[in-house]
Design a protein. Structure first.
Length: 84
């Protein structure tokens, strides 16, 4: 399983602050790629893809605080479903 941060087009100035607290690869979306638009991403979405790049699901961290163990478990279940 791989995890990446994808920064929205227009927010390039915040890349250093975003990547600093975590050790994950940071990818910058572009107008040509338009991943945020194609995937209909909302701020703080975790977009889950399977190994072929097919959309499995979305989990929003603003609406589902990971301090709540039920929310953490739900996200873990979604991530694991991408590996099946």
């Amino acid at each position: 399983m791989q995890l990446h941060i994808i920064n929205e087009v227009g927010y390039e100035h915040g890349q250093e602050d975003m990547a600093a607290p975590v050790d994950l690869p940071l990818l910058q979306d572009t107008f040509e790629q338009k991943a945020w638009l194609d995937w209909n991403v909302t701020y703080r979405d975790v977009v889950v893809l399977d190994e072929s790049g097919n959309h499995v699901g979305v989990y929003n961290l603003t609406n589902n605080d990971l301090a709540d163990s039920a929310n953490r478990e739900a996200l873990e279940d979604l991530l694991m479903s991408a590996m099946d």
